[in-house]
Design a protein around this ligand. Structure first.
Ligand SMILES: [Zn+2]
Length: 110
């Protein structure tokens, strides 16, 4: 299979622009139930900057050009995820939410 680098780069830019136009939140923050909005105007090296995250990494056979295989993530969330699978991320997030929900509720009538 021959790969046209220029066409690939172009397709990646389009995919990136599409996620940005949708104003996608960070899928990892969403999984953890925390504020997930992405400020798309941040410089690319900012910890909260937008990155395109491949759900199934290219190294594991996923396509970086498949709209259904990408989602938006904060740069720092993407770095935290590293080589964890989506399933691993969701399992960790689920435990974190349970732990949070088991904390005593603050008094609300003070
Ligand atoms: Zn995030």
């Amino acid at each position: 299979m021959s790969t046209n680098r220029y066409a690939n780069g172009n397709a990646r830019r389009k995919l990136r622009a599409r996620l940005k136009a949708e104003g996608r939140p960070c899928w990892i923050c969403r999984a953890f139930g925390r504020p997930a909005a992405i400020d798309y105007s941040l410089p690319h090296n900012h910890p909260l900057a937008f990155e395109v995250d491949e759900l199934v990494p290219v190294s594991k056979g996923g396509s970086e050009l498949d709209y259904n295989n990408v989602d938006a993530a904060h740069r720092r969330c993407n770095q935290w995820r590293s080589n964890r699978s989506v399933g691993q991320v969701l399992a960790i997030a689920s435990k974190a939410r349970e732990a949070r929900n088991s904390l005593p509720q603050p008094f609300s009538d003070w």
